[in-house]
Write a protein that binds this ligand. Structure first.
Ligand SMILES: [Zn+2]
Length: 299
């Protein structure tokens, strides 16, 4: 383990950005997790991958940065706790700037690689089935598919914003994808395992490790093939499905009831066959909030 960046903190121990590196030469892969401090499903997945890499002989270089926002993780927070800034809005960063700008600069410098992966979780009130987010076309689509995660989501202009890490990687000429899985503030070990297997399959595809299958793609979709259900009004949301569950058109996804008394106010039903990709975890909802996303599966 190498400390690639260190920054004194005003009261507690210094901030340190840790990197685990395996192998040498090309191709090179950098995998980042925990930029949002409470998104720890990815941290666990990257540590599982590290365990596998310690007993293998990678043909190429793998850099793992399992936990960027250590101080946020300490406090169950997404952002950098001192000034509530999002590190992922601070790229390309500035070595003479604010704390998050300095961390962003150091993180970008420590992750120059042919293929880069940024691992996130959903917010604490939603649970995400592990999926990879890739652009609409190009080599990154194939890299995403080779991970074999349950959903491949092709999105226009995904995070090409230069203030995000993926945008900064792409501007530097690297192939970059995002994995989302699990739920902020929560460890879902099954989702960590899926992500770890997906990352292992990527390393196999790149011939860094022996070929190994990913978990298996259930849905390969563009934005128009993702069915998004938002709350038509506020209430208490009771799900009738789990993430990863296959549904047919008409399947009851959940219902909204009155928080006091429990009168049923409305139902959500799938409009087409698919797999439940996103599911509201915190039951109190306001109008327009996200409840369920179903990634379509052609019949
Ligand atoms: Zn995140």
């Amino acid at each position: 383990m190498t400390v690639v960046f260190r920054m004194e903190a005003p009261y507690r121990g210094a901030y340190e950005l840790h990197r685990l590196s395996f192998g040498s030469g090309s191709p090179s892969v950098a995998i980042v997790a925990g930029m949002h401090g409470y998104e720890l499903t990815g941290l666990h997945a990257v540590n599982m991958l590290a365990t596998a890499l310690r007993v293998s002989r990678p043909k190429g270089t793998v850099h793992l940065l399992p936990l960027v926002n250590t101080f946020g993780a300490d406090e169950n927070q997404k952002r950098w706790p001192f000034d509530d800034q999002d590190i992922n809005h601070a790229f390309p960063g500035d070595p003479a700037g604010t704390a998050v700008q300095r961390i962003a600069h150091a993180l970008l410098e420590a992750t120059h690689a042919d293929v880069c992966v940024d691992v996130h979780s959903g917010a604490p009130h939603v649970r995400e089935l592990p999926h990879v987010r890739v652009p609409m076309g190009g080599e990154e689509v194939e890299l995403g598919r080779k991970m074999g995660l349950p959903v491949v989501w092709r999105r226009p202009g995904d995070r090409l914003d230069a203030t995000g890490l993926v945008g900064a990687w792409r501007q530097a000429g690297h192939k970059a994808v995002v994995i989302e899985g699990g739920r902020g503030g929560t460890l879902d070990t099954q989702h960590s395992e899926l992500i770890a297997r997906g990352l292992g399959a990527l390393l196999g595809h790149l011939h860094i490790l022996p070929a190994m299958p990913g978990p298996g793609v259930l849905a390969d979709v563009t934005h128009s093939e993702v069915e998004t259900h938002r709350a038509p009004f506020g209430g208490f949301f009771v799900p009738e499905v789990k993430v990863g569950q296959r549904v047919q058109a008409g399947h009851l996804l959940g219902y909204l009831q009155a928080p006091i008394g429990g009168d049923r106010l409305g139902e959500l039903r799938a409009e087409r066959p698919g797999v439940v990709m996103t599911l509201r975890a915190y039951p109190m909802v306001h109008a327009s909030e996200l409840l369920v996303r179903v990634a379509g599966i052609p019949q």
